[in-house]
Design a binder for this molecule. Structure first.
Ligand SMILES: Cc1cc2nc3c(=O)[nH]c(=O)nc-3n(C[C@H](O)[C@H](O)[C@H](O)COP(=O)(O)OP(=O)(O)OC[C@H]3O[C@@H](n4cnc5c(N)ncnc54)[C@H](O)[C@@H]3O)c2cc1C
Length: 276
């Protein structure tokens, strides 16, 4: 839709042009920003001209630029030992968006929107990714994505802070992963999305879409079924919107978590293709 209050669109090519004036917002692919009214918005600062490389690899870290599109991430060719990589495709498809959205929506924009059903949030949290945040004074700070997302449309980002990239430890990419998702309608937004990762460091379950912010449960090894049920039972903050009631979300999330636990227990560790 037309954003009728917008008076300027800036396209910085250097970091020192990034400072946000009052009423300006960062623009990634624009698929969320242009999908509904933004009454307080007076200007857009387009990040896509900054020329950040989409993906950079070292032995230890995969760095995903905030401006990397979901389509580019899905098309990336993983290293042979990145057994967790199938989770990228699964989470990207959890969006159920059209190819038009996929091709312009950015990883940073998905996290920046901070929706409970933020499928790239689920992916990055499951991979233990850390966000690299540029601060307005020219510095930067790092914050795990699981702590960056505070709630529905709420991030641990001050005005003027910019997500530059996400750093994924390649050790996490060598783990096994699992995935379960459900929605009330075939093409509806996710009502519950549960992902899992197992590697030498232990077992992690991540619940999104059913909770306002990611619920992350960690164990040193694959737990027994009762421990998973107790952990889910102890969680009180289940999301309530037209895509599902809190009681339903809690029930399906618990069931999915039990299934992923059982799969992780049954699977030989770190087999290509993951635990799901
Ligand atoms: C048809 C359709 C279906 C959708 N389905 C889903 C879904 O199932 N799940 C889901 O999570 N979302 C869904 N969305 C919304 C989705 O989050 C966005 O479309 C997309 O992921 C946002 O990416 P973008 O690059 O277009 O972000 P933009 O629209 O450009 O920006 C989104 C927000 O992030 C901020 N932002 C962007 N980049 C940065 C950055 N580098 N640092 C800090 N802030 C930044 C912007 O200021 C803005 O507030 C859907 C949207 C559409 C149109």
């Amino acid at each position: 839709m037309d954003l009728v209050t917008v008076r300027s669109v800036r396209t910085p090519s250097h970091r020192d042009e990034l400072a946000l004036a009052p009423g300006e917002r960062l623009l990634g692919g624009g698929t969320w920003l242009f999908s509904e009214e933004q009454p307080d918005l007076v200007g857009l600062v387009d990040l896509t001209a900054l020329g950040w490389p989409d993906l950079e690899r070292t032995d230890q870290v995969l760095t995903i630029a905030a401006t990397c599109t979901i389509a580019t991430l899905v098309r990336a060719v993983p290293e042979p030992d990145w057994t967790a990589w199938p989770l990228v495709d699964r989470c990207a498809n959890a969006l159920l968006a059209s190819f038009k959205v996929w091709n312009v929506a950015t990883v940073g924009g998905n996290v920046g929107t901070a929706l409970p059903a933020g499928a790239l949030i689920a992916l990055l949290v499951t991979f233990d990714a850390v966000a690299v945040v540029w601060t307005p004074d020219g510095g930067e700070r790092r914050v795990p994505v699981e702590r960056l997302v505070l709630g529905v449309r709420s991030l641990d980002l001050a005005h003027g802070e910019v997500i530059r990239a996400f750093e994924v430890p390649t050790a996490a990419l060598r783990g096994d992963t699992g995935y379960r998702r459900t929605a009330l309608s075939p093409h509806g937004r996710s009502g519950a999305l549960v992902t899992a990762r197992r590697d030498d460091a232990g077992f992690v379950l991540v619940v999104t879409a059913a909770t306002p912010r990611p619920l992350v449960l960690r164990w040193d090894a694959v737990p027994d079924d009762a421990a998973v049920v107790v952990a889910l039972d102890a969680h009180r903050d289940w999301y309530d919107d037209p895509h599902g009631s809190p009681a339903w979300r809690r029930a399906v999330s618990t069931r999915f978590a039990q299934q992923l636990r059982a799969e992780a227990e049954a699977a030989p560790q770190c087999q290509a293709g993951g635990a799901a």
